[in-house]
Design a protein around this ligand. Structure first.
Ligand SMILES: [Zn+2]
Length: 393
């Protein structure tokens, strides 16, 4: 029989993993069944059968071994400790239970090629993009977060299967409890490797939800280790935008500018020293600005722009591809087109080649001839903070 024990505050959960424990002062919160607690049973099915053959109940009696494992259990008790007398104590002389089934990490290629969606999967992967640079721990805990990850099995030589993507999107649901170390790593603008434990698969994506665990991998895994390494040596490769590209994924886009969305195009001056985007018109100095953060007159402000272009992409013919460009791409696109006052002729932008650009897919129309909306992004790199010009700390 399986039971899930809610041991909030009773003991450190990581110290108990795999260890036989004695429970005292427990109360039954719920008898969970397969039909109503699919998430819990996907975890039980992943740990089934146990690491050793089970013994029939009642020690001292016949103590007869059950020769084969039966089907996985159909119910599970959810227990919690009574506030005053509840206790969970590891049994000291028995370090690791023979019943314990640790998670078995697999490479992403293997996980994507498996059709079995009923059990959980664990893997090591490097985060190369995180939707919206969250700089608030609070936001990260309350919202669904999208991570784009990859490993050597998708990047390496054996990953050159045209049917497999180079990167995978992972949805971290608010129900996935993240440790402080993981939250800290996710709020940094740098790439980190994690062990994703007991994740679910749903609608073609990997989901971290209740009972999934993210563990930060601090040091590169040694070659002698049996766990698959996710250390990538060369720059990360992305899949090209094509007809199977999904929303929230990251892809590489290349094409010819065939149009500019003039209704959304605008520019604004920023401080050349601190990147402040809210400059004020200097009184008395026509055309110059002052920065409230630096308390100075900004004589040569840096112009930032919002520009979305339509591309003709050979990889998605017949499809409207709209890309919100990053500042460096806008600068290079306009370098040949801009006049002295910063204005530019749409005509001179048309026909220019752009890319390959790393882009996140914001939306994909269900209609095959419909549109794809993309946003150019900066991929996270290991150990180096993001250096987008003008970005405020
Ligand atoms: Zn400033």
């Amino acid at each position: 029989m399986f039971s899930e024990v809610h041991c909030e505050g009773t003991a450190s959960k990581t110290q108990l993993e795999g260890k036989p424990c004695s429970l005292m002062g427990m109360k039954v919160l719920q008898k969970a069944t397969r039909g109503r607690s699919a998430g819990l049973f996907s975890l039980i099915d992943t740990m089934w059968p146990p690491g050793m053959l089970l013994e029939a109940a009642g020690r001292g009696q016949a103590c007869e071994e059950v020769k084969a494992h039966g089907p996985p259990p159909s119910f599970c008790y959810v227990l919690a400790a009574h506030p005053d007398m509840g206790q969970i104590d590891p049994i000291e002389d028995d370090p690791i239970s023979k019943l314990y089934q640790p998670p078995v990490p697999r490479v992403l290629r293997e996980i994507l090629q498996t059709d079995d969606l009923s059990t959980r999967c664990s893997f090591y992967a490097r985060v190369i993009y995180q939707r919206s640079q969250l700089n608030s721990l609070l936001l990260l805990q309350q919202r669904e977060t999208w991570l784009v990850v990859t490993d050597v099995s998708l990047q390496g030589q054996e990953g050159n299967d045209p049917g497999l993507p180079k990167t995978v999107s992972v949805c971290v649901a608010p129900s996935c409890v993240l440790s402080r170390a993981v939250l800290d790593a996710l709020t940094q603008a740098a790439s980190h490797s994690f062990l994703f434990r007991d994740t679910l698969r749903a609608h073609g994506q990997i989901v971290c939800a209740e009972r999934s665990v993210l563990l930060l991998q601090k040091t590169p895994l040694s070659a002698a280790s049996s766990v698959p390494s996710c250390e990538l040596t060369s720059p990360v490769q992305l899949s090209k935008l094509d007809s199977v590209t999904q929303v929230n994924s990251v892809c590489s886009v290349q094409g010819t500018v065939v149009g500019v969305d003039e209704s959304t195009a605008f520019s604004w001056p920023t401080c050349d020293l601190c990147g402040n985007e809210r400059l004020e018109q200097s009184p008395g100095h026509r055309g110059s600005f002052s920065c409230g953060d630096c308390s100075r007159v900004v004589s040569s402000p840096v112009l930032r722009r919002h520009l979305e272009v339509f591309l003709a992409c050979p990889s998605r013919p017949q499809c409207t591809v709209k890309v919100k460009l990053s500042q460096p791409s806008i600068s290079s696109l306009l370098s040949v087109a801009a006049g002295e006052d910063g204005s530019y002729e749409v005509r001179s932008v048309l026909g220019q080649e752009v890319g390959p650009l790393p882009c996140v897919v914001r939306s994909v129309s269900a209609h095959p001839a419909g549109g794809v909306r993309l946003e150019e992004v900066e991929l996270l790199t290991a150990g180096r903070a993001s250096s987008q010009p003008g970005r405020r700390p």
